[in-house]
Design a protein around this ligand. Structure first.
Ligand code: F0G
Length: 458
C-alpha cells in the first residue's frame, strides 16, 4: 500500500485554544459591532482571519532569535538576512521595514505622485491604499477569468497582457512601474505563471517601465510554477525563485507570510537610484538602514524562515492542507474560488447567500454566521474591503465578494480543518434561513474594513 501524505515536520510546542457557547459569541459580536477585527483573540476558537504573522516558527528560527545582534548599525543579523535575500532573489540592496506596508510606504514615498497610474494584477488593499492616498490610480489588469470562481485554470492570478498594454499606451508617462502581486491574494491566492511574469517584463522593456513584485507569497507562487507549469517540474523552488525575480527591478515583501516570522518586511532592488532615495525614507519612517523596523533577532528568524520556506517539502505540507479544505468543501458542494489558493480558500458568498442583496454585504454576513456557528473567524475580501471609489464615493460592487479562510502556516491540524468544513456545511444547509445582511453605521474613508461598525440590516 502506498503511504499517505503527511507533514514534513512534527510539533514541539503547543498553545491551548478554547471553545465558547453561541450566547457568548452573540454577545461578543454585538460588542464588536459585527466587525470580527474587533473581537478579542480569546473569543475566537479557530482563527482564519489571516495567514500573516500567525505562522509557527521552527526550532531553527527560535534558535536564531537567541543569537540576534541588536546593534544599532551594522548588526550581523542584518547581514545574515541580506545575504539570504540576495541568494534567493538576486537583489543586492535591502532595506528592512517593520512589515510589508511599511516597505510600500518607503518605496512609494519616492515613486508615486498625484495623477500617476500603477497598473498590475490585483493590488492588495494596503498597496491600493498607498497608491490612492497619494492621489494616484491603482489599475487592476488581472485576467477576466479570475472573476469566474467556478472556472478551474492553473494561473488565475495572471496579468492580462492586452489590458496592460492598452494601459501603457493610454497613460504613457503617467506610468512609472508595473506592480505584480505574487501570489494574487485578492483574486483568491491564485498564482502568476513564469510565462506571464516573462511577458510582463518584455512589455515593460518595450515601454521603458520598471517592474515591482509585491512578493508576500512568492514561495507559494514558485510552488505552483513547479507543480503546474510545463518545464519546471525538475527545478528546485530556489531555482524557480531565481528566475522569477530576474524579471523584476525591485520587490516589497511582507515577511509575515512566506518568511514565516511574526513581524517584519523589506524592500529590495538592484536599482541604486531607487535604493538611495528609499533609504532616506527608511530612516525617517522606519529606522536606520541596517534595522529599519526590525529587531536583530527577528532579522535572524526571517533569514532562516526564508531559507526553510523556499524548500519544496515545507511548501508541499502547507499547500496540501489548503487543498484538503478545498476537497472537503467540494464534498459538501460549497462554492469557492477554484482551484484552491496557496494560502486560503475563498468562499464565493454571492453563490451561497444568493438572496442577500449586494448592499447588505453577503460575504460579511457569511463571516458573521461562521463565527456564530463555531467561533471561527474568517475575513471578508469583498465589498467592504473594496472601499468606496475615491472620486464618486460609491461602493464598488463590481468585483467578487468572497469570504477568505486563511490558513496560518504550520499551526492547525487536519482535525481543525474538518471542524471548519463541518461548520460551513451547517451554514450552507440552512442558508435560506439567513435573511438579514449587514448595514454600515460608521466607516473610515480608507481601508474601512478594519474599523467599520455595523448592525443587522432590516
Ligand atoms: N501585499 C500583500 C499581497 C499582502 O497580502 C499584504 C498583507 C501586504 C502586502 C501588506 O503586508 O500586512 O505585512 O503590512 N496581507 C495580510 C493579509 C494582512 O491578511 O492578507 P503587511
Amino acid at each position: 500500500m502506498e503511504l499517505p501524505f503527511a507533514e514534513s515536520w512534527k510539533i514541539k510546542m503547543i498553545e491551548p485554544i478554547h471553545k465558547s457557547t453561541r450566547p457568548e459569541r452573540e454577545q461578543w459580536l454585538l460588542k464588536a459591532q459585527y466587525n470580527l477585527f474587533k473581537l478579542k483573540a480569546e473569543e475566537v476558537y479557530i482563527d482564519l482571519l489571516t495567514d500573516s504573522g500567525t505562522g509557527a516558527m521552527s526550532d531553527r528560527q527560535w534558535a536564531g532569535m537567541m543569537l540576534g545582534d541588536e546593534s544599532y548599525a551594522g548588526a550581523s543579523s542584518f547581514y545574515k538576512m541580506k545575504e539570504m535575500i540576495t541568494q534567493i532573489t538576486g537583489f543586492e540592496y535591502v532595506l528592512p521595514t517593520h512589515q510589508g506596508r511599511a516597505a510600500e510606504n518607503v518605496l512609494f514615498s519616492c515613486l508615486v505622485k498625484e495623477g500617476d497610474v500603477c497598473p498590475g494584477n490585483s493590488h492588495f488593499d494596503t498597496t491600493k491604499g498607498h497608491i490612492e492616498s497619494r492621489k494616484a490610480i491603482a489599475l487592476d489588469c488581472t485576467i477576466d477569468e479570475a472573476k469566474n470562481t467556478q472556472l478551474e485554470i492553473p494561473f488565475k492570478g495572471n496579468v492580462d497582457i492586452k489590458k496592460l498594454e492598452d494601459a501603457l499606451k493610454k497613460y504613457k508617462e503617467r506610468v512609472l512601474f508595473i506592480i505584480i502581486t505574487i501570489t494574487n491574494n485578492t483574486a483568491g491566492g491564485q498564482p502568476v505563471s513564469m510565462e506571464n511574469l516573462r511577458e510582463t517584463r518584455m512589455l515593460a522593456n518595450k515601454y521603458a517601465k520598471k517592474v515591482i513584485f509585491d512578493s508576500a507569497r512568492f514561495a507559494e507562487n514558485a510552488y505552483f510554477i513547479k507543480t503546474r507549469e510545463k518545464g519546471y517540474k525538475d527545478k528546485t523552488i530556489k531555482e524557480i525563485c531565481d528566475e522569477m525575480f530576474s524579471y523584476a527591478d525591485a520587490m516589497t515583501m511582507s515577511a509575515k507570510k512566506d518568511a514565516i516570522v511574526n513581524m517584519g518586511g523589506f524592500f529590495a532592488t538592484n536599482l541604486k537610484e531607487w535604493y538611495d532615495a528609499a533609504k532616506v525614507k527608511c530612516i525617517v519612517y522606519e529606522g536606520y538602514i541596517t534595522y529599519g523596523g526590525m529587531n536583530g533577532r527577528d532579522m535572524n528568524a526571517l533569514a532562516i524562515g526564508l531559507d526553510e520556506n523556499t524548500e519544496f517539502d515545507n511548501l508541499d505540507s502547507r499547500i496540501k492542507q489548503v487543498e484538503y479544505l478545498g476537497k472537503k468543501l467540494d464534498e459538501y458542494g460549497i462554492p469557492y474560488q477554484r482551484p484552491a489558493g496557496g494560502h486560503a480558500i475563498f468562499v464565493d458568498a454571492l453563490k451561497v447567500l444568493t438572496h442577500i442583496p449586494k448592499e447588505q454585504f453577503p460575504a460579511q454576513t457569511l463571516a458573521v454566521e461562521l463565527y456564530l456557528e463555531a467561533g471561527i473567524r474568517a475575513c471578508e475580501i469583498g465589498y467592504l474591503l473594496a472601499d468606496r471609489d475615491p472620486v464618486t464615493r460609491k461602493n464598488r460592487f463590481d468585483g467578487l465578494d468572497l469570504l477568505r479562510l486563511a490558513i496560518p502556516r504550520r499551526v492547525y491540524t487536519d482535525n481543525h480543518i474538518n471542524v471548519i468544513a463541518a461548520a460551513l456545511k451547517n451554514i450552507y444547509d440552512r442558508r435560506e434561513s439567513i435573511t438579514k445582511g449587514m448595514k454600515i453605521t460608521w466607516e473610515a474613508e480608507l481601508l474601512r474594513h478594519f474599523t467599520v461598525e455595523m448592525e443587522r440590516a432590516e
